[in-house]
Design a protein around this ligand. Structure first.
Ligand code: GN1
Ligand code: MG
Length: 374
């Protein structure tokens, strides 16, 4: 695989743009966004702008499944919910959603939505509210869609039992020096394994429904307009059947703290109640009527679930010498795991206050939550 900056110099670029019917030699390309898995570029061709993404096929073993899901969803929304703003990918000149180049890399292209922007960090509760409303709106817009017809683009992506199993295996067969170094953290995570048991209960509970779930609800996956209102969600690679706790949980994981998973100074990791309320309000506004009361009561659990899973995923990767996430400096995945464990600790400290917010919201009809989202 070649690096993102090197890539723009590649003559190949022109071939990719041509495949999507764009005048390759007249377009400029710059690196865009900050995801860990796929590479993204902003493509400018005269007055028109596009987003080009290379799918990491080491992780998404069947890139065509992503294209198929997006087509199915787009078709459904066009027919049943035409008012829903959906960013339709460009088709290649051969009418495919995904282009495979001679090197075997997979690409797709979207129009860049004018007057929209993304943000990398949540600075205001209103941003969290808008994002939560958009992720809820997406799942609601597809509530009549047969979720079983979606292809699973990443098998067992948020299967916490499996992640736990992989973690235990890494403790056995991974780097033993690193395991010693992470001793305290391992103890903390083992002490919170009850989170996995609760997940198993959920997967057997008929009150929990499999829904069209985004599975990557970080703030940069929401488009905002100039007034700061949410327009829609983007990056549908991991849209698969799932539980709502995945989407809400990843918002709690990434919006509650003023610092990201990369922060080394753990004293800066915090759980901000006003952001919790904003996510709760935004999500319930759009999904409140569809969730069962059992599902609603697990709103806070969603945070525990995703934060715990991310902590063990980072630590597993650390023990496996960074084969999945990579690392820019030695110990980066340990820092990330420690950061997430701290976040979990902070969430657990506030459990009673936050659970009260959830319980009182669950009794209030969803129309109560005011907001800008229609
Ligand atoms: C990866 O690439 P990105 O940042 O969208 C990962 C997520 C993790 C996240 C942690 C396919 O997402 O599950 O939560 O890193 N995606 C995949 O930063 O593994
Ligand atoms: Mg993603």
């Amino acid at each position: 695989m070649f690096g993102a900056d090197k890539f723009v110099k590649q003559i190949l670029l022109s071939t990719i743009l041509d495949a999507f019917g764009l005048p390759g030699s007249n377009c400029q390309t710059e690196v865009f966004g900050s995801g860990l898995i796929n590479d993204t570029w902003l493509v400018t061709c005269g007055d028109e702008k596009f987003i080009l993404q290379r799918i990491n096929s080491a992780i998404f073993s069947e890139p065509a499944a992503i294209g198929e899901n997006i087509r199915q969803i787009g078709d459904y929304l066009k027919e049943k919910n035409p008012g829903y703003f959906f960013v339709q990918p460009l088709a290649t000149t051969e009418e495919k959603e995904i282009f495979r180049d001679e090197q075997g890399s997979y690409y797709r292209m979207f129009p860049f939505i004018e007057y929209s922007h993304t943000i990398d960090v949540v600075h205001k509760p209103q941003e969290a509210y808008e994002a939560a409303a958009q992720f809820g709106k997406f799942t609601r817009a597809l509530s009549g869609f047969d979720v079983r017809s979606l292809r699973t683009t990443l098998p067992d992506f948020h299967n916490l039992s499996l992640r736990q199993h992989q973690f235990l295996q890494a403790l056995e067969s991974g780097n033993q020096e690193k395991k010693k170094e992470a001793h305290q953290l391992v103890k903390f995570l083992e002490g919170n394994a009850g989170i996995v048991n609760e997940y198993i209960t959920i997967t057997n509970d008929p009150h929990f429904k499999l829904r069209v779930t985004h599975h990557d609800t970080k703030i940069s996956n929401v488009l905002f307009n100039e007034k700061g209102e949410g327009i829609c969600v983007i990056d549908l690679d991991t849209v698969m059947p799932g539980y709502y706790i995945s989407d809400v949980g990843d918002m709690l994981r990434t919006y509650l703290s003023p610092v990201s998973e990369e922060e080394k100074d753990l004293s800066l990791v915090e759980v901000r109640e006003e952001y919790f309320s904003a996510i709760l309000g935004g999500y319930m506004k759009t999904m409140g009527e569809l969730l069962s009361s059992t599902e609603k009561q697990h709103f806070l659990y969603a945070g525990k679930f995703m934060i715990y899973m991310q902590a063990i995923r980072f630590l597993t990767d650390y023990l496996h010498n960074d084969v999945y996430y990579g690392s820019k400096y030695p110990g980066q995945n340990l820092v990330r795991a420690l950061n997430q464990a701290k976040l979990l600790e902070k969430l657990l400290e506030k459990e009673n206050i936050l659970q009260r917010l959830v319980s009182s919201s669950a009794k209030i009809p969803s129309s109560h939550f005011a907001g800008t989202q229609k």
